[in-house]
Design a protein around this ligand. Structure first.
Ligand SMILES: Nc1nc2c(ncn2[C@@H]2O[C@H](COP(=O)(O)OP(=O)(O)O)[C@@H](O)[C@H]2O)c(=O)[nH]1
Ligand SMILES: [Mg+2]
Length: 271
């Protein structure tokens, strides 16, 4: 029996289809492990954890099935709670990472989120800046426990697709609408983050990493995690004191979200 509850911290990437979750997962992992897709596809949650074990399919009843090395991305969604992929990516020494299916994905089993969300310590919600924070997203996030909301951040991805003049406006609107529901609300251009250094500087990823560090520092795991004998290399005694990235390009002080709260409908959610 496997319970997805043993990691010191569990970070979930949430949001609707094509919001940039898998792109961000790959940036955090420092390698392409999550499939980045332009069309809707059925994917169970991908659970990245530190180690070198073979991939596992975690079934709905928590039993495990070993998978061939190359089969992690071709597992049927039906009956699958998550696919657990071990990796030696540095970031996984700090937390386990869940690349979740899109919240709007009609192929996603309705209880996929219900089963995993209670075991998530930190959420990073990705919303495309071009149609940021739709009513469907707000409704889902409203239903999340306040404790999780306060340990989470909202990323306005695809900020590169918004004109410079509109960026401030969309950021202000979303910060206002989500007041007190996220600890950080930040814009990011995830594709630029893969580009040469000058564009990386402008991508916003450095601020995202600083905010993630802050979330890790302030987040206490929901449940005291028992030590896992099969994971001896993770420093579980001090999971949040080392920097998330060894060479952050820029560190900034993050503003607080405004107290005022306003809600718009999908119709006027565009910038
Ligand atoms: N221009 C731009 N494209 C992005 C950004 N983030 C993701 N994309 C693209 O959006 C598409 C969907 O990304 P993906 O990570 O698969 O989204 P997911 O469905 O949320 O996992 C891919 O073609 C990405 O290259 C961004 O910040 N800017
Ligand atoms: Mg994806």
């Amino acid at each position: 029996m496997t319970h997805i509850s043993h990691a010191p911290l569990r970070v979930a990437l949430l949001g609707e289809f094509s919001a940039g979750k898998s792109t961000l997962a790959n940036l955090l992992l420092g390698r392409t492990q999550s499939p980045v897709r332009v069309t809707a596809t059925q994917m169970p949650p991908l659970w990245y954890t530190f180690g070198d074990a073979a991939p596992l399919r975690i079934l709905d009843d928590d039993t495990e099935e070993a998978l061939p090395e190359d089969a992690a991305h071709s597992v049927p969604v039906e009956g699958t709670k998550a696919v657990k992929v071990a990796s030696d990516a540095a970031i996984l020494a700090r937390f386990d990472l869940f690349d979740m299916p899109g919240s709007s994905d009609p192929n996603m089993a309705p209880d996929t989120w219900d089963r995993l969300m209670p075991q998530v310590d930190i959420a990073i919600w990705c919303t495309p800046a071009t149609q940021a924070w739709r009513q469907s997203e707000a409704a889902l996030w409203d239903a999340m426990p306040a404790a999780l909301q306060h340990r989470s951040m909202l990323l306005l991805t695809r900020i590169d697709k918004v004109s410079t003049t509109d960026r401030k406006r969309v950021l202000q609107r979303v910060r206002s609408e989500t007041a007190d529901q996220f600890r950080h609300v930040l814009p990011v251009a995830l594709l630029s983050a893969q580009a040469p250094l000058e564009q990386c500087e402008a991508s916003g990823l450095s601020e995202v990493m600083t905010a993630l560090e802050d979330l890790c520092t302030h987040a206490e795991p929901f449940k005291a995690p028992p030590r896992q004998p099969d994971r001896p290399t993770r420093d579980e005694s001090a999971p949040c004191v080392r920097p998330l990235i060894t060479n952050p390009r820029r560190v900034s002080t993050l503003g607080t979200v405004p107290k005022h709260r306003r809600r718009t409908t999908d119709a006027n959610a565009l910038i």
